[in-house]
Design a protein around this ligand. Sequence first.
Ligand code: ADP
Ligand code: MG
Length: 712
Amino acid sequence: MNERTYILEGLCCPRCAAKIEKHVGALEGVSRALVDFSVQKLTIEAENPERWDDIVARTGVVIKRLEPSIEMRDAVLFPAGAGAASVPAPVKRWRRVSLALGMALFVLGMVLEYIPSLTLPSFARLAVFLAAYLLVGGEVLVTAVKNSTKGEIFDENFLMGIATIGAFAIGEYPEGAAVMIFYRIGEAFQDYAVGRSRKSISALMDIRPDYANLKTASGLKRVSPETVRIGDLIVVKPGEKIPLDGVVSDGFSALDTSALTGESLPRDVEKGSAVLSGSINKNGLLTIEVSRVFGESTVSKILNLVQNAGSKKSVTENFITKFARYYTPVVVFSAAALALLPPLLIPGASFSEWINRALVFLVVSCPCALVISIPLSFFGGIGGASRNGILIKGSNYLEALTNVDTVVFDKTGTLTRGVFSVSSIVPAKGITKEELLYYAALAESDSNHPIALSIRNACKRELDTALISGYEEIAGKGVSVRIGNDQVLAGNAKLLEAGNISVPAVEETGTAVHLAVNNEYAGYIVISDELKADSKDAVDDLRAIGVKRIVMLTGDSKAVGESMAKQIGLDMVYTELLPHQKVEYLEVLEKTKSGSGKLIFVGDGINDAPVLARSDVGIAMGGVGSDAAIEAADVVLMTDEPSKISGAIRIARKTRNIVWQNIVFALSVKGAILVMGALGLATMWEAVFGDVGVALIAVFNAMRVLKTARAV
Ligand code: ADP
Ligand code: MG
């Protein structure tokens, strides 16, 4: 593997994240490094996988040098207690004590300041405030010096250090000390809020099992799920999480699958039922035969997907990263200009007055509010959606879902249940109904198409699959196969006509599967599918939230396609399409959509992977965890319900609104403080609010995403 992921425990400032990303990315042998601040995660891509040990060792060294308090460890998917910064206890205690002592001294200084009869000699006044300042800000100053020797000049500590030292230099002692105190308190609150947010998002996805009860010759053994192998038997007691995917081999119970699907009704399982990891066993005792190792089980797939979603960043996040890169230097240079130019150019202007104004600039020069809160909002949106059974593979897709112009549906398995019932069997001369059905079922025995499954289900005879050879599936048409010595075709009229076999017209509504044996027509089977219970609601709801065109593309016949489209009220329907024609029609729809609106394609992942890939956002029916769909799509609906699409759009819009509220709020407050600071109307007191206060409010606002995500 060329890519590895590590957790950076204790990572709590976005600027450190950017720093680490830059320095690790520049290491020899590393082609790319990416730090996701919101989940404290470092992803490294190596040029040469053979050199991993070396790369990891050097990465560790770099991180220790940049941020000694950060621990780098192997990524475990959402470990319990994620988000808590791991600062050693004595350091924590010293921080608290020094802050308290510093604040006490500061208060003392302020009280002395306001007792009119008492005028301290100026050196005593300086001593009190300076002592308070050093107690509170000593660590900030030390870090600032350390980092600036490493070439990090726009480091937040450094800028705060200069701003406050500047205040002391021009005789504003109380301001200097106060700014440092508020900065420290603000930072502490911010760390706490970010930690809390990470925790509550992780809690939403609390589906990771901690252990499995493995059945061994000597009784039950509690083991880590990673060590369990396919075919092992595990026991799940009431109240426990199912740790691995498998099949119930003994017992019955009701499962709570809400963490996977958002569905609150329990699902009954008994001997023979397939069960998915991440569901919770509600009442019975279950013995399960494991069918997939932990790494391939549903929980791992979901957690991986959600955790990696951060690496596909939205346009807004990329914009903010870029913005942050320029914002700080621009503000710092403006501060320098403000401190120097007016006193030199304007007669009578004093340096101390203008330096004072310039210090305000330095204090608001960190874009922290945005850098922290925006990735956090997107992460919250993705986490909340996953709780509803909607897996979104990246912030970019969440963002694309805010503005949907056209929704294109596949039919079979998407709008319809994909469970066909046989409504009639019409054999040609010389063959019985039973034989026709048996041949059809044999021919379809290797196909995963919903039609094939249904025909196999309808045939009650045991299938002798040893007879089959030369199986070939012709996408969008059907199958061709040898059964014993007979060449058999099973599929739609197109398939048979391509082999010059004429096909009678079928009056009955439904999907006709025609059969030919050795190039002779053998009859047809009519099967029909039902609409999913929520298909009509899904379409109505999409229209209600402003989707302009709702379209269906299907490989099925005109009669079937059009009657379904009418029942659920679609705007357009295109029928009898082969898979590549679905792509062509999608491209036409893409060209005719309005403006910047996005085009979504919704399919079941069978025969429509190219269309899923081609659309702006490809949404697949996950059939609770089906591999093909999870691979091909950008968004996966775990419950196969098309009505979840409007839910996804709602979460996306809410996330966007909150992100923009934060952008507008943070930039306008900072902008106002910059202008007022330049005019001499804002002091460093306002500026410190513009820095940590705004960041804190933005983080709290970001957490509102989770509330909506719970409500859809
Ligand atoms: P949809 O667009 O409705 O999802 P597909 O593109 O998967 O449909 O298939 C289109 C048509 O091709 C089906 O309606 C059926 O007539 C035929 N077909 C595809 N696969 C099979 C199969 N395995 N057996 C029989 N017919 C098939
Ligand atoms: Mg299909």
